[in-house]
Design a protein around this ligand. Structure first.
Ligand SMILES: Cc1cc2nc3c(=O)[nH]c(=O)nc-3n(C[C@H](O)[C@H](O)[C@H](O)COP(=O)(O)OP(=O)(O)OC[C@H]3O[C@@H](n4cnc5c(N)ncnc54)[C@H](O)[C@@H]3O)c2cc1C
Ligand code: SF4
Length: 510
């Protein structure tokens, strides 16, 4: 067996033709390698939508590599390899390589698995830098080293200044860094009018074959596949970007936090899958938004609000994921101990907000940020779900979920399991918030204003229960401290009625 040079691994979320793997690729001496392995959907939860998205995008990427005459070793589900180590070992059995190379994966577990396998096969592995992001290697670490309490806002400002994004010399365009207060509109009683439908991508032959393979080799995955409509190629990703910029960006800011029954997309971009699979680069998405502002085709609150999500939050959570890489899954600052209620798997709930938000996840693998944070995430937080259980649900059920972005968002921002690394306080609210930002409560048997009694909204009951249970923590925060005072201002009978109702819910929700 003659020795080849590099075995270049491409994982499902590394579909980037510009990655460092291609820089010095030599078709005579090197090979590309991709693998569809069952454990990524069975041992680790992955819904139908998420699995089909990843595998379809991988097969489309592989097809492009073949068109461009790259030598590629590709294991499909039919080859029945259960894990990356199994598929990799099988390749190494039949071919001899000097070295394995792989762009640093976005999941510590996958790094460990591949590392172990390379060690077992006695072959060197080189991790290449992931150049897909805006911030460079070491940049976040250096920034974090000078902070007592990291906050996204200051990281975002630094990146804007250094990269001159929406800046006039050293000042933010429009004279302020942030237009958040303009960006919290709801749709009012009438609801959204004339929503511009996003470009949806029908399944082609490759996606249909993937779906058939998934049904055959990975039966029993959660969710529905009929409604699959995600972009799966670079070309489609570019079309999706163009469509968002042209039709929805202008209202992105205004209605960023609003929710509406049976309207999953509203003015959101649907670009997280393209970004996370690396079909689009964050730099090109930001540049497209900035150009739209420069051409006066979208207002500053929309463009800044959108850019902040990608340049700010996305880069920030990535930095934090790597800063606490081995610690995340042990975190449980609020000592949450309950199991995930069954409604998260079947959307069976009288609570209209949860029914619609979970149904959307089963049908599309999608919820926008506020549905994730203030409906599904909030309920799990108030319920006291074990952080690992809710993390596994988010990682497996959303099409855009990859550990580096899902973990800090779920365990940090949403569940406060990190004790305040990602955000300064738990994101808690009563049913009144959901009522203000959506029409869900209009079709719900519960009353968002009521905290006790049969008609009480479970969010409102559990909100006060949470305030009661975590008084010490909440008192340290000025805004939440007020709520602790409000809890104490309630009569003893009222407090008792709320506690009884909370106990009733804990006993009766499956
Ligand atoms: C509990 C929880 C779990 C989440 N899990 C994921 C996840 O697994 N994968 C993921 O990409 N995002 C995750 N997010 C962040 C956010 O909800 C999604 O990025 C967004 O809803 C994707 O839809 P969109 O592309 O239409 O986004 P838009 O609303 O159009 O936003 C534009 C882009 O900004 C980026 N973005 C926005 N908010 C965040 C954020 N908080 N962190 C990182 N990037 C952000 C995304 O790339 C997104 O595509 C999570 C948020 C919460 C609260
Ligand atoms: S009343 Fe409560 S449970 Fe019902 S939709 Fe409103 S917030 Fe959700």
């Amino acid at each position: 067996m003659s020795e080849l040079r590099y075995l270049n691994l491409i994982l499902g979320d590394q579909l980037d033709a510009e990655s460092l793997l291609f820089d010095d690729f030599d078709s005579q001496r090197d090979r590309l390698w991709m693998a569809e392995v069952s454990a990524e959907s069975t041992e680790y939860l992955s819904s139908k939508q998420r699995t089909v998205l990843f595998l379809s995008a991988m097969r489309h990427f592989a097809e492009q590599l073949k068109i461009n005459s790259y030598p590629l070793i590709y294991w499909t589900l039919k080859d029945k390899k259960s894990s990356f180590p199994e598929a990799l070992s099988a390749t190494l059995k039949h071919n001899s390589f000097e070295k394995i190379r792989c762009v640093l994966p976005g999941d510590v577990r996958v790094i460990n698995e591949i590392q172990q396998c390379a060690k077992g096969s006695d072959i060197e592995i080189e991790w290449l830098a992931d150049q897909h992001f805006i911030s460079e290697k070491g940049e976040f670490k250096a920034w974090l080293a000078n902070r007592k309490q990291p906050r996204m806002e200051f990281w975002y400002r630094q990146l804007r200044k250094n990269r001159q994004i929406l800046m006039e010399n050293d000042q933010p365009i429009g004279g302020q860094w942030n237009f958040d207060k303009d960006n919290r509109k709801s749709f009012g009683k009438k609801g959204p009018s004339k929503l511009p439908a996003p470009l949806l991508f029908e399944a082609d032959d490759i996606t249909r074959q993937v779906t058939a393979d998934v049904e055959k080799f990975l039966p029993n995955l959660y969710g529905n596949i009929k409604s699959f409509n995600w972009p799966v190629t670079r070309q489609q990703a570019l079309e999706a970007l163009k469509d968002f910029i042209k039709h929805r960006l202008k209202h992105f800011g205004d209605y960023q936090d609003a929710m509406w029954t049976d309207e999953p997309w509203l003015y959101h971009s649907r670009l997280s899958t393209c970004l996370n699979l690396k079909l689009l680069s964050p730099a090109e998405v930001i540049a497209a938004a900035e150009t739209t502002y420069a051409k006066n085709e979208a207002p500053l609150n929309a463009v800044e609000g959108f850019i902040r999500q990608i340049l700010g939050w996305r880069e920030y959570v990535r930095g934090l994921y790597w800063s606490y890489r081995d610690d995340w899954l042990q975190m449980n600052a609020l000592n949450a101990r309950r199991n995930l209620p069954t409604l998260y798997w079947d959307a069976e709930s009288e609570m209209a907000c949860l029914h619609h938000s979970v149904k959307q996840v089963l049908d599309h693998g999608y919820g926008h940020h506020i549905q994730r944070l203030m409906v599904t995430g909030l309920f799990a937080l108030l319920w006291g779900v074990k952080p690992k259980a809710i993390h596994e649900w988010y990682l497996g059920m959303y099409v855009d979920a990859v550990a580096w972005v899902e973990i800090p968002n779920t365990l940090g921002m949403s569940q406060y399991a990190d004790g305040g690394i990602v955000g300064s306080k738990p994101y808690i609210a009563s049913g009144a918030y959901i009522d203000r930002m959506s029409n869900y409560c209009q079709s719900c048997p519960f009353n968002p204003k009521q905290a006790s009694g049969e008609n009480a909204c479970p969010f409102t009951t559990l909100y006060w229960h949470f305030v009661d249970q975590h008084q010490d923590l909440l008192s340290k925060n000025p805004r939440l401290g007020m709520q602790v005072k409000n809890w104490h201002n309630k009569s003893q009978e009222e407090q008792q009625a709320i506690s009884q109702r909370a106990e009733f819910l804990f006993r009766n929700l499956p």
